[in-house]
Design a protein around this ligand. Sequence first.
Ligand code: GLU
Length: 497
Amino acid sequence: MSEGNVRVRFAPSPTGYPHVGNIRTALFNWLFARHSGGKFIVRIEDTDQSRKVEGALESILDSLRWLGLDWDEGPEVGGDFGPYFQSERLDLYHKYVLQLLDGGHAYKCYCSPARLAQARAQMAERKESMRSYDRHCRDLIPEEQARSEAQSITSVIRFKAPLDGQTTFHDLIRGDITFDNSELDDLVLLKSDGYPTYHLANIVDDHIMEISHVMRADEWVSSTPRHVLLYKALDWEPPLFAHLPMILGPDKSKLSKRHGATAVTEFRGQGYLPQAMLNFLALLGWSLDDKTEIFSREELVQYFAIERISKAAAVFSHDKLRWMNGVYIRDMSAEELTEQLLPFLEKDLPVEVKRPISREYVRQLVPLIQERLTTLGEAADLFGFFFVDKLFYNTELLLGKKLTRGTAVAGLEAALTRLEDQSFVAASLEEALRALASELGLKTGEFFGLLRVATTGRTATPPLFETMAVLGKDTCLKRIERALEKLRNNPKEPVPV
Ligand code: GLU
């Protein structure tokens, strides 16, 4: 197949919010399509009506859009092979089910749920639990079948899987994979409500939509021999398969809520950048050379290759994602970061902070905070003191490890006087306050620590003098006065000033 004929698909079921694993699958398909000049198709597998979740489709498409994974065919954009919702393609599935029935590859099954449960229990007892159906209806004689039909007993249509032998398929990542046919069920193709099962709809669509490569999560490996048998029964050539490695949490168990956020939309909400998320997801199971970590979108497209996808499970490290996000935050222009921060600050700063938040003020802060941010969502918490009126901290914080209350009071009083006529430019603030520390006989570390807590309420902040310059004289003097009151009036009590 020439590379230009690559047609790959992302085939989500709208049954929940997209897990990073789903989106990693979408990303690998997208990268492969863009790398090979092929097509990336989004197909919505919505045949299980009972598992449909309101809002799931929007959230899946939103996640793709957020990451810039544009699709050539699918919802909203259409295409020559539509519709791209399986629930709108039922006639097509019926047509091929009939073909399978006619060819003797499928049969009607009239078993009631109660009989199925009983058969399952008996098989489990006989330790045949690999399969879930005892094939009771597989060889019904015509009279029995006619009787069931006459009584209008609801039926499903099942695939007639081979009883022995083996099925092998080649996986582009894992090599040849062989299953014993005796392990395979006579799986349901068409349910009693007329909807196809995943297996039928999936292979019909992959064939009709001319999908060249099926790249999907490894949980589908065990379905693949069944699919291969179905392709054979329909006399179709199967696509190529590539099953992506599993994603584990740092404790090596399957990635789940327990490990923290897993929905892509949650990461967006916490202030991860799409370019960082894209880079991070690309490295979950793919690498260029086992050492390069930072890739632009263009580089990923350029270098992506199925041969570089690993067989081994990938580990999702939130720490690494945070680190990577920090790298991308530092790489932004000040204007861009200002734009991105504004909505987070609007949303996260305490209600008493006046809205709208001033863009100019945020732009002034950006050079101070850019180095220190790992997510946009942290900004309100780490740098809220630039915006709020009141600071909340304990008196002990002012004193740090060494200062006595008396020295602190004397220090802050002297600072107040000195700062009154001081120009609030970082360099001259530093000069003045260094001189003052030595006049007072205080270590600069201790004195500056005291001023830092008094003016910001925190012990870790951007550089003190730049911070004070941005806060401005009024705010700094007011805050130092409040710190003094706090030290004088509430010698023990840690209360807000
Ligand atoms: N609808 C399936 C899913 O949600 C698609 C699996 C496949 O790609 O074949 O994962």
